[in-house]
Write a protein that binds this ligand. Structure first.
Ligand code: BG6
Length: 478
């Protein structure tokens, strides 16, 4: 597909980092190959290392070849794509380096007055974001009061701050340089096809919506499980922990998509209004409720991982029973369970419906055995299943659960875009629907901060690698 040509310059902070190598370079290349980047565009990588443009281009080439092998089918096009990369060495604390960056942007974009379309992309640790933003403002690179026709935007990777206080500080720092409609806070889960389909599933099908409330739904369980550990991210992970790495963003965003009211329309503001309301309605965990609603775990051997403190109390597993205190959901538990080094890698949302008022086909406890469920499998399979009871063939009337399944890959042959393809395009188009707004990021931090305060540094339960986490997690009631 060929889009309208857009000329832009992307300034990528953290260009020598892991995310740039694994996701951003390969995604940009794919977008170029598919014809989505048809204008004149340039990418300026900003990093601490001193690299010539040529050295940086070879690095980009090498990363794309190793993280997206097989994607290069036209060597000439690939070479011309790599030729669009430039490198600027910047010491992030030095204002003088930002003036140098400014000159390079003008040189590369061919626009002396900084009037080109400019996208800043912060793929840096959370502590660096305020420093970068402050220096963008001081060096005149901010976009709030532009006097020419080009656009200016900023994309900020997660984690956005490390708690409510730092997120508010960052919001206020960024807010002094960019307007909210210029700010794109990334949660890559929102770029997943199956996550975007939650809204479509809910609001394009008349049969589910009347049942989608406390009168018919008994509980919701969201699982984000990974069968690998922290890999080589010990330094980051030990400071972060699972609540901040997964629950604050991916977990709560999935919850908000399941629980939100229908938006008044599909505009970014309308969708984000409704998600914000859900997050605002989530009951805060307190020191009194923490015992029954939160269980943290740490996998066996975590403390021996590289760059992890030998006495670390960082959680690698969390199960939290949330309640959304509004008319639709009052009293329905939303369990989010997530962890590293668990039995499987799977992300799914299971919506369990209430039992029928009378159970003709077995003892009362059999209801949970056949309770109706909608199972939204986000990954690795991309499926939706509906579970219901059916009569087991034979003389006696025994009910068994059976499933009707929809599989994306069977029904749609087109290869989907990955989250980074989609989100990069959305940011370039200025579509903020799948980016987190300031209010939501703050509500989510308030929820996670309350849990952390209530847990008060208590040692998480140890669980075995390859298990489903500490068994006590199954006893949470809320
Ligand atoms: C990231 C977390 O945001 O999401 C990682 O920092 C996690 O710890 C990753 O592994 C999971 O993303 P995905 O798309 O592989 O499920």
């Amino acid at each position: 597909m060929q889009d309208e040509p857009v000329n832009f310059t992307m300034v990528l902070f953290g260009a020598n980092g892991d995310l740039a190598a694994r996701k951003l370079f390969p995604s940009l290349y794919q977008l170029a190959r598919w014809g989505h980047l048809s204008g004149s565009y340039r990418i300026i990588g900003v990093g601490r290392k001193t690299l010539s443009h040529e050295e940086f281009r070879s690095q980009v080439r090498e990363k794309i070849l190793s993280f997206s092998p097989g994607s290069i089918d036209d060597e000439e096009h690939f070479a011309s794509f790599c030729g669009r990369f430039f490198h600027v060495q910047v010491d992030l604390d030095k204002i003088g380096d930002y003036y140098r960056l400014q000159k390079e942007i003008m040189h590369v974009s061919g626009e002396p007055g900084l009037c080109s379309h400019l996208l800043f992309y912060l793929s840096t640790p959370p502590a660096l974001a305020p420093v970068i933003v402050r220096h963008l403002r001081e060096s005149g690179l901010g976009g709030k009061n532009m006097e020419c026709s080009g656009w200016r935007k900023i994309v900020v990777e997660k984690p956005y701050g490390i708690n409510l206080h730092s997120a508010k500080e960052l919001n206020s720092e960024i807010g002094s340089v960019f307007r909210e409609e210029q700010i794109f806070r990334i949660d890559h889960y929102l770029g997943k096809e199956t996550v975007q389909n939650i809204l479509v599933f809910r609001f394009s099908n008349g049969i589910f919506e009347p049942l989608w409330n406390r009168n018919h739904i008994a509980r919701v369980e969201i699982t984000i499980a990974e069968n690998f550990g922290i890999r080589d991210r010990g330094a980051f992970y030990d400071q972060t922990g699972l609540l901040r790495d997964i629950i604050q963003n991916h977990g709560l965003q999935l919850l908000a998509s399941v629980a939100m009211e229908p938006p008044v329309d599909l505009s970014a503001e309308a969708v984000r209004d409704e998600k914000g309301k859900v997050l605002r309605s989530i009951r805060r965990v307190t020191p009194r409720s923490v015992e029954t609603s939160v269980l943290l775990g740490q996998y066996e051997g975590y403390r021996s991982e590289r760059n992890v403190a030998a006495d670390s109390r960082t959680e690698t597993f969390a199960a939290v029973n949330f309640f959304v205190d509004n008319w639709r959901w009052k009293g329905v538990p939303f369990l989010i369970r997530a962890g590293k080094n668990l039995a499987e890698t799977v992300t799914e949302i299971v919506i369990t419906f209430a039992c029928p008022p009378q159970n003709f086909f077995g003892p009362p406890e059999s209801c949970s055995y056949i309770a109706n469920q909608v199972i939204l499998r986000i990954q690795p399979e991309e499926t939706i299943a509906l579970r219901f009871g059916a009569k087991r063939p034979g003389e006696s009337v025994i009910t068994d659960p059976v499933y009707m399944r929809f599989d994306y890959r069977d029904s749609f042959q087109e290869p989907g875009m990955t989250p980074y393809h989609r989100l990069l395009l959305d940011a370039l188009d200025g579509n903020q629907t799948n980016f987190i707004r300031q209010d939501s990021v703050e509500y989510s931090w308030a929820i996670v901060d309350a849990i952390r305060d209530a847990v008060d540094g208590k040692m998480p339960e140890i669980y075995s690698v390859g298990s489903w986490g500490p068994p006590q997690a199954n006893e949470l009631t809320g």
